[in-house]
Write a protein that binds this ligand. Structure first.
Ligand code: NDP
Length: 309
């Protein structure tokens, strides 16, 4: 049974979920069905920009109609994409329609960077120099206000709201808003090469849960080859992937490995009780390898402010 952690709304979220980014079309509906019905996964991480919410929804619908689970057993997250900052209600409805769901358990602001909704591309508009076409006349704090209205005015459509890719500086600004709804979640890149201890401590101290994305280092899973990870895996007689997932379980928050491969989806749910010696071993890895961030889009804004490290 995958353990859960509490959100500041008092809902519980399973610590291991299924990621759906860059999930091959034609495979993702089966992967979602497999995750739910065969691997016992109850937490599915989606986003409008992944362009596959319809197929993810098909996998969810098949799992529910199999009778193995009901909607209330599942925890479904989606995210408001950057070109939709000015229209949160429409963005939410679009994800619900795509997924074929009446409600989301959690809706996240994908990035604190509004993009020009009238730009040269409907999803990722760019400027002539190739950087992202940032909507400088909008402010992500206004987007948060609109997301607060979503949970207040349409609680049947969204149970909790949160953020993604927020550094401490962004969170501090948001938390200064009058009568703010504290985000239930901050979904960020986390793994032994990017432990982000200060951000993790800050979030947990404010009642903001965390979800680790790209736990294997994203496409091709490069972190599986790290020597320190392999050493801990050998000690426990498990695979490197199990160590990379249970690193987050042990640290007390959620993790959402992506896979469309049945054997891996199942394997990724294995619980391994890492101890303090293991965490110390994993903490040493950046001393040799350096820190590394894998998801770093060319926003053309101050990355120092956007990212903590
Ligand atoms: P991951 O770090 O989860 O790595 C995915 C890769 O690992 C795929 O190539 C997958 O292959 C492979 N893999 C999975 N399990 C195993 C295993 N046991 N052994 C070997 N290889 C394995 O990458 P993501 O970047 O996709 O991150 C996970 C999720 O986080 C995303 O899918 C998305 O939901 C979320 N995310 C959120 C972001 C945000 O901005 N909020 C940004 C990036 C990700 P295969 O599928 O072929 O099995």
């Amino acid at each position: 049974m995958i353990p859960t952690v509490a959100l500041n709304t008092s809902a519980h979220i399973p610590q291991i979920g299924l990621g759906t980014f860059q999930s091959e079309s034609g495979k993702i509906a089966d992967a979602v069905y497999t995750a739910i019905v065969k691997a016992g996964i109850r937490h599915i991480d989606c986003a409008w920009i992944y362009g596959n919410e319809v197929e993810v929804g098909q996998g969810i619908a098949r799992a529910i109609s199999s009778g193995e689970v009901s909607r209330s057993d599942l925890f479904i997250t989606s995210k408001l994409w950057c070109v939709h900052h000015r229209n949160a209600p429409k963005a939410l409805q679009s994800s619900l329609d795509n997924l074929g769901l009446d409600y989301l358990d959690l809706y996240l602001m994908h990035w604190p960077v509004p993009l020009n909704p009238e730009g040269n591309d409907p999803n990722t508009p760019t400027l002539p120099d190739g950087s992202r076409d940032v909507d400088k006349n909008w402010d992500y704090l206004k987007t948060w206000r609109a997301m607060e209205s979503l949970v207040k005015d349409t609680p049947k459509k969204v149970k909790a709201i949160g953020v993604s890719n927020f550094s401490v500086a962004f969170l501090q600004d948001l938390l200064k808003l009058d009568n703010v709804i504290v985000p239930a979640m901050n979904q960020v890149e986390l793994h032994p090469l990017l432990p982000q201890d200060e951000l993790v401590d800050f979030c947990l101290s404010k009642g903001i849960q965390l979800t680790a994305y790209s736990p294997f280092g994203s496409n091709g899973a490069p972190l599986l080859n790290l020597k320190g990870v392999k050493k801990v895996a050998e000690k426990h007689g498990v695979e490197a992937g199990n160590v990379l997932i249970n690193y987050h379980v042990k640290r007390g928050y959620c993790v959402i490995p992506k896979s469309v491969t049945e054997s891996r989806i199942t394997k990724n749910t294995l619980l391994v009780n890492l101890d303090e010696e293991d965490l110390a071993e994993l903490k040493k890895i950046p001393q040799e390898e350096g820190f590394k961030r894998f998801v770093k889009p060319n926003w053309g804004v101050d990355l120092k402010f956007l990212f903590w490290r």
